[in-house]
Design a binder for this molecule. Structure first.
Ligand SMILES: Cc1cc2nc3c(=O)[nH]c(=O)nc-3n(C[C@H](O)[C@H](O)[C@H](O)COP(=O)(O)OP(=O)(O)OC[C@H]3O[C@@H](n4cnc5c(N)ncnc54)[C@H](O)[C@@H]3O)c2cc1C
Length: 399
């Protein structure tokens, strides 16, 4: 298959922009299906592709550049994947099938995948320029150094990332204020009961939590900041936020394929430009579908890779799943699409061991909420839901 080197522009059967879960999974899938194809993977970051989900879990301890690499360096050469590290694509020429990179390199592609991830959604308020976000390992290293010289931090956003950032800041010994619009912690994932338990845990660990607060503006006062919301002013040294994401618009807007919240594609992950696909957090999905999840990026990367190699797979709404372990307490939430609190459910225990609730539809487990057990237990729950086990039998593994 074609790969012309030696001249400035190289030609590849497949080029993938963005080397995290979606891009790398697509590359693996392409390599399995097209053993002879030439594949270029362009990694915009300054280290080997890594597990992004670890950033909010290792903020307090810190990490080395290769601590959570997805593959070691040898994997790329062993699999004949051309990896361009620390290289950003600046422009895509859809007519010439060419891309132009920040270091001056250019490449011609047969089929292209844009897996450039997300950018943090910034709340449109005065003072938003003072807010810091955490998206890459490099951001996290800079932020960590700043946090080490701070005393007080405000974290805006009570979703899973906000919760994890607040926990890590507290572990660093900071005075932490977790605030935002939501009326409870991790409300997308947890029911009232578990949000309440998580709140008690956070309070007992000394995190200050305030809810239903729309931050109206942020002001800089000398070397500190004031975070204003109705009925509350927080005075802090640093303001962090995790208030949602948008698909990365950078390359897609110029190509005219950006929708409202991400790259527009069909369910084969093909954009309206022939031979250009998109996958992962970059993509705009139908309302109500998951986004911003590691396993979802993996699923899309695999589907895009299959379709680029000539198959015709379609993405569907898949079960959502979240695991997190703030202050050492394990939380797990999983649901098939369309499950809600109105489905038949049983709380199997809510005591010192923790909490287990399983939802059932037509005799099959369709969702579970769990607190306090282990990661291995969550795997049993996940398998049971995939297999559609009756709730009673699934719960019997834990009672
Ligand atoms: C701090 C944090 C914690 C998270 N925790 C969890 C969790 O606990 N559980 C969970 O399920 N999900 C979690 N997520 C979400 C999960 O990490 C993402 O859904 C997943 O990483 C998406 O993968 P992706 O490949 O689509 O995009 P990304 O991981 O965003 O990767 C996109 C890559 O493309 C690169 N790129 C962008 N533009 C260019 C360009 N022009 N040229 C070259 N490269 C470019 C970026 O630098 C980046 O490396 C977390 C996310 C963050 C930020």
């Amino acid at each position: 298959m074609s790969k012309i080197t030696g001249s400035k522009t190289m030609k590849y059967d497949y080029a993938v922009i963005g080397a995290c879960k979606a891009g790398l999974t697509a590359v693996e899938t392409l390599r399995e299906r097209a053993p002879e194809a030439s594949i270029l993977l362009i990694n915009g970051e300054d280290r080997l592709p890594y597990k992004r989900t670890q950033l909010t879990k290792k903020l307090a301890s810190g990490f080395s550049p290769d601590d959570f690499s997805l593959k070691d360096e040898g994997w790329y050469s062993d699999n004949s994947i051309e990896l361009w590290n620390n290289t950003r694509v600046l422009e895509i020429d859809k007519e010439k099938h060419e891309l132009i990179c920040s270091d001056g390199r250019t490449a011609v592609w047969g089929k292209l995948l844009i897996a450039t991830g997300a950018i943090p959604f910034q709340v449109d308020i005065p003072g938003r320029e003072f807010v810091k976000h955490l998206r890459s390992a490099a951001d996290t290293e800079i932020l960590r150094a700043e946090l080490l010289s701070c005393r007080r931090v405000a974290v805006i956003g009570q979703g899973v990332e906000g919760v994890e950032i607040a926990e890590q800041c507290r572990k660093m010994g900071l005075e932490v204020h977790l605030t935002g619009r939501d009326s409870r912690l991790m409300q997308r994932w947890l029911n009232q009961r578990l949000s309440g338990k998580l709140l008690s845990l956070f309070k007992s660990e000394g995190v200050h939590c305030s809810f239903s607060r729309d931050v109206s503006n942020i002001t800089k006062e000398g070397d500190h900041y004031r975070v204003h919301s109705p009925g509350e002013v927080l005075e802090v040294d640093i303001v962090l936020a995790s208030t949602g994401i948008r698909g990365n618009p950078a390359l897609a807007e110029a190509l005219g394929i950006y929708g409202k919240k991400g790259i527009a594609c069909d369910t084969s992950l093909q954009t309206r430009i022939q031979d250009i696909y998109a996958a992962g957090d970059a993509v705009e999905v139908p309302s109500g579908w998951p986004r911003g999840l590691w396993h979802w990026a993996e699923y899309q990367g695999r589907t895009a890779g299959m379709n680029m190699s000539g198959e015709s797979q379609k993405i569907e709404n898949i079960p959502t799943r979240l695991k997190c372990e703030p202050f050492g307490k394990f939380y797990f939430s999983m649901a098939l699409p369309d499950v809600n609190e109105d489905d038949k459910s049983t709380v199997f225990f809510d005591d010192k061991r923790g909490y287990l609730k399983i939802f059932e539809r037509e005799g099959r487990s369709v969702a579970a909420l769990m607190e306090g057990l282990s990661k291995d237990d969550s795997k049993i729950l996940e398998k049971g839901i995939h297999q559609g086990m009756p709730a009673e039998s699934l719960a019997s593994s834990f009672i």
